[in-house]
Design a protein around this ligand. Structure first.
Ligand SMILES: *Cc1c(COP(=O)(O)O)cnc(C)c1O
Length: 403
């Protein structure tokens, strides 16, 4: 018998998903994986031949296509080509990689840094290298999937605390045996809700219970703090985060992930983490682009100011219209819809009116908490944001979400 037609649990899962997708497509509410044909000035994109305002971008400072960054990438290709000679440990390390890691360490005020080929892989490999059987990891309930996967992969005792609930975290820390290795891990800015981890209290608890603290800055590098250095700058607290993780694929318009920390930790990861030892180095163009991006952030602080203004405008505007934007205070702005169907319907109206937003539904968020997940960037014109909000308002009114 043809193995592809075998009836078993795995093939039934594939069939169930196929049916769900087909229903979405039949109802014209499948919005994922749409090919962007062109990236245009002012946070606009061309999709299916139509120019749309981009409200689903992680390029918070609008650095995608920045001339200086593009130039750095081109120069790197001219000098080093498009690939490396393999893994970093053997022949793959280029001077570019070392420069990038030095730049990151300086940016995050740490002794050293290490880079990996994606943010996802960084969380997987770092958590599972540092933690193992018998150790304890404590993770916020709405942490990014890559953190969850890293915790599971580590084989450590895995405890999840209610979102940003410090009392719950303390209770869990208290219950862990004394003397075991403990790691608390959280997003700095939560990727679906846009709120910020209570860093002062988290640090206090980590000190009290002798736990390491790892913070994932995917959505706070270039976003939080006056100069974009991230969560420490936001709170004015410069001690207490042991493992400073981030991605090179959001504000930094490249690809890859990093960890910054003290030199013994970084050396341990460089010689012990499997994603470093058994996976190829970042391509030269991407390493050079990332390196240049950190410099552009420091050279063009107006971008951060502009992002903050746009964020205020967007959140206050939507709230004023009567939408529930949860607890966001950053450029990630959820517009709560409730059911998946409502989120799809709202998205459909927006996209038909040239506002490119996307719905987030279960299992990415809890059932009944489906939403639009809209983002603003430094590249948006305030007048464009006003127009986008008018479109969202009109849709919300038609659906009876707002008056
Ligand atoms: C996007 C994201 C990642 C993964 O980063 P990639 O570089 O896209 O692999 C990790 N953590 C958080 C919180 C993210 O939002």
């Amino acid at each position: 018998m043809d193995i592809h037609n075998t009836d078993n649990a795995a093939t039934r899962r594939i069939e169930a998903l196929r049916q769900r997708l087909q229903t979405l497509k039949d109802n014209d509410v499948y919005f994922y994986n749409q090919p962007v044909e062109e990236i245009l000035e002012g946070a606009k994109v061309r999709v299916n031949g139509r120019v749309m305002g981009m409200y689903a971008s992680y390029s918070y400072l609008g650095l995608v296509n920045h001339p200086r960054i593009n130039e750095a990438a081109k120069k790197a290709v001219d000098k080093f080509g498009t690939g490396t000679n393999g893994v970093r440990t053997l022949a793959g390390t280029l001077t570019l990689h070392n420069e990038l890691e030095e730049t990151i360490a300086n940016f995050k005020h740490t002794e050293a840094a290490i880079t990996y080929s994606s943010g996802y892989v960084t969380n997987l490999t770092v958590i599972s290298t540092l933690m193992g059987r018998g150790d304890y990891v404590f993770s916020d309930k709405i942490n990014h999937a890559s953190i969850v996967d890293g915790c599971v992969m580590s084989g450590a005792e895995f405890r999840r605390f209610r979102h940003n609930d410090m009392e719950h975290l303390e209770g869990l820390l208290k219950n862990a045996p004394a003397g075991v290795a403990k790691l608390v891990v959280a997003d700095s800015v939560f990727s679906m809700d846009g709120d910020i981890i209570d860093l002062p209290k988290t640090i206090e608890l980590c000190k009290k219970y002798n736990a390491w603290l790892m913070i994932d800055e995917a959505h706070s590098i270039g976003v939080l703090g006056k100069t974009g250095r991230g969560i420490e700058e936001h709170f004015g607290i410069y001690e207490g985060i042991d493992i400073k993780m981030g991605t090179l694929s959001k504000t930094i318009p490249s690809v890859g992930g990093y960890v910054a920390g003290n030199k013994d930790l970084i050396s341990y990861l460089r010689h012990g983490s499997r994603a470093y030892i058994f996976s190829a180095a970042l391509p030269p163009a991407q390493a050079a682009a990332a390196n240049e991006s950190f410099k552009v952030i420091l050279d063009e602080p107006w971008r951060i100011e502009r992002l903050n203004q746009n964020t205020r405008l967007f959140i206050d505007g939507l709230k004023g219209m009567g939408f529930d934007t949860l607890l966001t205070v950053t450029a990630i702005v959820p517009v709560l819809c409730g059911s998946d169907e409502r989120a799809f319907e709202l998205t459909k109206y927006c996209q038909e009116n040239d506002v490119f937003v996307l719905p987030v539904v279960s299992p990415a968020v809890q059932e009944g908490m489906a939403r639009l997940r809209a983002t603003v960037t430094a590249a948006h014109e305030p007048s464009e944001i006003e127009r986008a909000m008018d479109v969202i308002y009109e849709a919300g009114k038609r659906m009876g979400m707002v008056k």
